[in-house]
Write a protein that binds this ligand. Structure first.
Ligand SMILES: C[C@](O)(CO)[C@H](O)COP(=O)(O)OP(=O)(O)OC[C@H]1O[C@@H](n2ccc(N)nc2=O)[C@H](O)[C@@H]1O
Ligand SMILES: Nc1ncnc2c1ncn2[C@@H]1O[C@H](COP(=O)(O)OP(=O)(O)OP(=O)(O)O)[C@@H](O)[C@H]1O
Length: 280
């Protein structure tokens, strides 16, 4: 079975508290984009094997898709295995939920191929054991995510918005970014309700001007290139530009394809991983 596993961007990301176990309480607007890995899952008599077309992705139990398969087999008491192959197009350690979306696709494929009668909610609860972004990746689309990411309310679709996405030539550790955040020192929080209202009336200009991610300043502190990309995008007529998740990927929204194309061409001169895509 083949499945597209879509990347996400954060149109906003707010941290509103901290749990006793150190996990942060969030309020964020998540949005799928038309950039995806292709995940192939096939039934096997026993064992879990992972293959991938990119050498830098781990192929053993460190792969989050492996963890998803292991958990699924254990929880549903399945006497069998799977062979997984990932065509990796989503940049890694990028703030785009690349691993989480693969894990979500594996859970959904295994539900089908092993004919397990599990609801999306049940799969989301299972996904949460693997990572905080996995429940959203199971549902996808446009959504407000709270809790540590697992309390999900679907929002009106915000599809077909053009964006340019740049992944600078380094990755960041989500764990380290959250560790370096001082909640008391968050200077400006996103106005999430206002953003949702703009999204509901498809007002891309106002959404772009008000996007905010409180992790941005943390990641920028050690990686000034993020600021540089944001400025360049704005100078190339992006309506607004923001870092996604814990970074370091940066995206900018555009009114039209021609302007986006121009920005894409310029950024391509300096960065290897540049994409022109749409929200879906
Ligand atoms: C930055 C985001 O991508 C925004 O969607 C997510 O919050 C991160 O989700 P994720 O990568 O699936 O996170 P996990 O794999 O569960 O956790 C990685 C690390 O990030 C930190 N973490 C994650 C989620 C959260 N709500 N609070 C946290 O403090 C924890 O230290 C954890 O050890
Ligand atoms: N299937 C997978 N795809 C990509 N990376 C994976 C996968 N499984 C494990 N990893 C490892 O997970 C780490 C984080 O990669 P990932 O691409 O998921 O980060 P991310 O996009 O920043 O995630 P998030 O936005 O959820 O924080 C990397 O160090 C990578 O080696």
């Amino acid at each position: 079975m083949l499945m597209k596993a879509y990347a996400k961007i954060n149109i906003s990301l707010d941290v509103v508290g901290k749990r006793e176990d150190g996990y942060h309480l969030l309020k964020m607007i998540m949005q799928n984009i038309d950039l995806y890995d292709v995940v192939k899952v096939e039934k096997r008599k026993e064992g879990i094997t992972i293959g991938c077309d990119k050498a830098y992705v781990p192929l053993d139990e460190r792969n989050i898709a492996y963890k998803a398969a292991r958990l699924f087999l254990d929880i549903y008491n399945i006497d069998g295995g799977v062979e997984i192959y990932i065509n990796k197009n989503i940049p890694v350690a990028a703030g785009l939920a690349g691993g989480s979306t693969d894990a979500a696709a594996v859970l959904k494929c295994m539900r089908d191929i092993y004919e397990v009668d599990a609801s999306d909610e049940e799969l989301m609860a299972l996904g949460l054991k693997i990572g905080a972004d996995v429940p959203y990746c199971i549902l996808g689309g446009t959504a407000l995510c709270e809790g540590i990411g697992e309390v999900i309310a679907p929002l009106k679709s915000f599809k077909d918005k053009i964006l340019v996405l740049v992944k600078p030539n380094f990755g960041v550790s989500t764990k380290e970014v959250y560790k370096a955040l001082n909640i008391e020192k968050i200077y400006k929080h996103p106005e999430t309700e206002k953003l949702i209202a703009y999204m509901e009336v498809n007002d891309l200009v106002s959404v772009s001007r008000n996007m905010k991610n409180v992790l941005e300043n943390v990641t920028i502190r050690n990686n000034t290139v993020i600021k540089k990309i944001k400025t360049k995008m704005i100078n190339l007529n992006a309506l607004g530009s923001l870092m996604s998740g814990s970074g370091p990927s940066v995206f900018g929204f555009f009114d039209d394809m021609l302007t986006a194309q121009r920005c894409y061409e310029e950024l391509k001169k300096d960065y290897n991983e540049v994409f022109i895509t749409r929200t879906i």
